[in-house]
Design a protein around this ligand. Sequence first.
Ligand code: MLT
Ligand code: ZN
Length: 434
Amino acid sequence: MLEERLSRITQVVTDPAVMAGYCTDFTGRWRGRAPLVALPSSTAEVAEVIRVCAGEGVPVVPQGGNTGLVGGGVPVGGEVVLSLRRLTALGPVDSSAQQVTAGAGVVLAALQRHVRAAGLDFGVDFAARDGATVGGMIATNAGGERVLRYGTTRANVVGVEAVLADGSVVSRLGGLPKDNTGFELPFTASEGTLGVITAARLRLVPLLEHRATALLGLPGVPAALAALAVLRTLDSLEMAEFFLPAGLRLVREHTGLPAPTRTEHAVYLLVECAAPRDPAPELHALLETLDVPEIVVAADTADRHRLWRYREAHTEAINTRGVPVKLDVALPLGELPSFLEELPALAGDAELYLFGHLAEGNLHVNLVGGRDATEPVLRRVARAGGSISAEHGVGRAKTPWLHLSRSPAELAALRAVKHALDPAGLLNPGVLVP
Ligand code: MLT
Ligand code: ZN
């Protein structure tokens, strides 16, 4: 019996009350059921679990912090959940190489604390930092709020260790920045379909302790893009996030925060600079040259965190309105104004909440209630040369529309790689390349 065999290898959970947390996603949109949750504490245990499941023909859903938003980590087809949460080893920070090795289950906030204590930082950061894990971040190529400066997770990973579908282990944790002994196995953005990531060698960046943050109230998206173009001349610019009045109202109801500005504006742009020396003088001087109706500058760290809360609390505030359809799209910046003008008509009778990462043209289109407008919105994105999934991944949610962003030749190549590494379809069936 599967449970008995796995119990001999590792920790296994079968209590439905405990399993519920592993079988439902954060939004409540994706729910599944699993025969059991396996919680290995080492790569060797992961490999054993995979071998047993492969032998019994039982498919597996690898899961990190379960903060995903596209159903990529939920056992919708009754799979075994393979939780990597117990792989929490964190190696010593190598200050000369600016690298660290982290287990797949290390939570982003724990990684940040660890490397910041050594005067370094991790280049990727986002609102779900207290739950998202290193393995999940690599499996989804997480983006977030600092892509402008440091790129997506892909750019911040030197090497990965993973267990393949046959139980063999591939490990590239040596940390050599130069190593052209063949191509990388494509675990980044593979969403658990090609192997189970168990650890990673991560690239670190200098810890920039001096920060300056400002919230700009603007009359529209073209004005926000114009301001961004000027702000980008600052080397210290690290983040440029936007939100709209409808989302801000929800956030204020949810958090009890006061209005951030004297009057309401059509678009809010939250920017942050970080540098080895205080970047406030250069940011403030540049802001004075802009023709912006209202600018609020953070006075201290608590004030910075308050301004960030207006942006970062959007996800939880939107959840209070119901189960959202989350469309995470990216468009060329020049296409944003016309797309945003058309969006309310495309959304139909659904409540529309919009926020995101302006510098990458990455919009989080959240639709609550009404008729599902996924199809028209994603088709419009594709017509504009955009991506139907900028940072959340494809998961189960976007598979029917993947062809809008990927050509038939690309889809065939993705399937060929999947088939070569997982011929029996053991790993995360139904996700990314069904
Ligand atoms: C964010 O930018 O806060 C995340 O992508 C979460 C979300 O889209 O809800
Ligand atoms: Zn985001």
